[in-house]
Design a protein around this ligand. Sequence first.
Ligand code: G3P
Ligand code: MG
Length: 247
Amino acid sequence: MTKQQPIVIGHRGAAGEAPENTLASFELALRQGADAIELDVHLSADGEVIVCHDHTVGRTTDGAGAIAEMTAAELKRLDAGRWFDERFAGERLPLLEEVFQLVPLEIMINVEVKCPYTPRLAERLAELLAQYNRLDTVVVSSFNHKVLKQLQEAIPNLRAGLLYVANFVSHRQMAAAAEGLDVYSIHPQHHTIDAGDMAEATGYGLRVYPWTVNDPQDLRRVIDAGASGIITDFPGRLRSLLNEGKA
Ligand code: G3P
Ligand code: MG
């Protein structure tokens, strides 16, 4: 029996080659053949879901300050592309809604929640998932499993992905810790999971999406170990490796 190929998940879009978490980065990931994209979200002061990795804007824009203390309109004035390369000047911090508008429905979106739980976060996520018919093609992940639990309580049938590093925690302990949570996928740091762990997890019906795998040798190892999907800054590189395997 031939092994199922992993899906290609573009990390923050195609963060190796475009400014992370911008529409340009997501477009590039799609052009490079990604099956899915990963992105990070925070809530603005006026309750919009904003796509950005850090809780402050200093590293990836020409502004400064905390996202939670700025309105969406203020955040939208910032340049989120020039820091990476002059070619990307004028890129903005996207709203999650804009990503839902851009990305075709057949492309899965992994929304990683970086901010604390609030009822407004659940309310706005629920609205967007319903409006864009995305409940079955979005996986919401977080290192904060309590936040996932709270979101799943607020949004029935929400697909939850557990992010973690498994150095001191077995994958069985992870599943136990997540009791009460309906887990769709596990997202371990890629050095901390091997083929045996992946087989065990997929045996429970879980998808395994390791992050962030960029080096060709690491990509090969994680493919061979049987990952269900691979989160990478270089979706084009992973797509080429998978195509080579088919030849
Ligand atoms: O979702 C996988 C990965 O993005 C987790 O770490 O810091 O890149 O968001 P980080
Ligand atoms: Mg992330």
